[in-house]
Design a protein around this ligand. Sequence first.
Ligand code: CMP
Length: 139
Amino acid sequence: AIERTFSILKPDATERNLTGAINALIEKAGLRIVAQKRIRMTREQAGTFYAVHKERPFFGELVDFMTSGPVVVQVLEGENAVLKHRDVMGATDPSKAADGTIRKLHAKSIGENSVHGSDAPETAAIEIAQFFSGNEIVG
Ligand code: CMP
């Protein structure tokens, strides 16, 4: 089915001027960028977005990192978009990511791992709604 997923190009990617290179990989994977904006996340936005991880030991570090520089938030659309995007991102830990994936090519570490993608269509809907209104998404 045609799905939408939520994507973030993280501060380590914007800092190294990699947004175009990563978007090229996303588009080459067959996904369409139907919404996109560059923002600076507030600590409140990052905390809400990663609320599921708030008891993890890396939560503070994660909020610090995600608010340390600009990010690009996106809505991606395509056939099986959630899984397709997870495939092109590669494993969370770049040392375990498959060849040719965004994280294998570009990520610096498990924390500074260049990109985020939703883990399921239900999560995608919640994450998209946190950052985009309906009229900002043009399919
Ligand atoms: P993301 O897909 O954005 O969702 C949660 C993030 O937590 C994950 O990517 C990683 O960047 C980050 N993360 C996961 N494990 C660790 C860890 N052990 N140390 C630091 N950050 C982590």
